[in-house]
Design a protein around this ligand. Sequence first.
Ligand code: PLP
Ligand code: ZN
Length: 394
Amino acid sequence: MIFDGIHSGLAVLTCFRCGKEHNPAEVNNTCTKCGGTLLARYDIQKVANTFTKSSLKKRVKSLWRYTELLPLQDERKLVSLGEGLTPILNLKELGREVGISLLMIKDDGILPTGTFKARGQAVAVSRAKELGLKELCVPSAGNAGAAMAAYAARGHLAAHVFLPEDSPMANQIECSNYGAILHLVRGTIADAASEMRKEMLSHEWFDMSTLREPYRVEGKKTMGLEMAEQLDFNLPDVVIYPVGGGTGLIGMWKAFDELEELGLIGSGRPKMVAVQSSGCDPIVKAFQNRKDAAEEFKNPSTVASGLRVPSPFSSELILEVIRRSSGTAVSVSDDEIILEMKKLMKEGISACPEGAATLAGLRRLVDKNWIEKEESVLLYNTGTALKYMHLLGS
Ligand SMILES: *Cc1c(COP(=O)(O)O)cnc(C)c1O
Ligand SMILES: [Zn+2]
């Protein structure tokens, strides 16, 4: 029993833009008034009764240990592949090489389906099942689709995944073998999304797109919850994260806010750094030009397929997190990314190109003296290198 004596504190879904409240017992996508992303709000008083440092010590070794701050009400609806509690490892040699005294990496490459997308889909698919949904659809650059397909298989739900036709072969093979219906679309994730919207007109599918569905970000939030718990509630000075659609960054920030409301951490926050590939860096451009929202990036191309998101929905939220944290945004080249994948392997870490991009970003920031030697830095590795062997050679 995971939910023995502890319960979800989910209270309401609130539009991040206009504040309109939505009933979480109903099926929701975006705000019915303005189309904005809906974010889950919890009854913090109630959560605080059971969500304590000592109670956490005794819980299940998966992300479901954070039950009170997750949306699932009924344990019988849980769709799980054993996700969560990934290690934080010290990178001693690379730290020395870069000139940082405490360099860490949180390695989500060991999650089911090999990427952190499992966190979001475990929670969102479970909640979809709880709400009685039967047929799910998602546009994806690859890994979100693969993770949704795996959890849908596990939970006996039907899945439609729309991928760019040049998405990594591993992702395409995963989707179809997990039993999803794979729709290959010419172009990027944005084109896959428009194709999906056309199909949705004649089907009763539930849209699981990034930030157009309220619960994937709740799953991603566990990155921040875990980080805090594993570091004894002393957050690192800097967190470097590869931004595509941005749910990871938004999720971690939401975790920190909720932990502060619960009195488990203070008001201090890591500086949140968004790394993108120069082949698709709409967030970096918007950040540098002091825009509130990103503009579409034309003709995106990068080996870091998870970062090929030319117009992230809710880019306002991503930019707000970066600014509120006194963070920054940097672009790195594909050549640097591949080099850093190899560097990380020399220290035993299997990092996807997106994860390796964080190390390239770190070097940039150290060169610019934006990060100082004494600051603790955590790189977020979002996935395994195994899906991207074609980039590495022998
Ligand atoms: C999707 C993806 C990202 C980007 O994640 P967001 O949280 O949507 O910004 C990074 N790395 C990998 C491996 C991905 O699949
Ligand atoms: Zn709204």
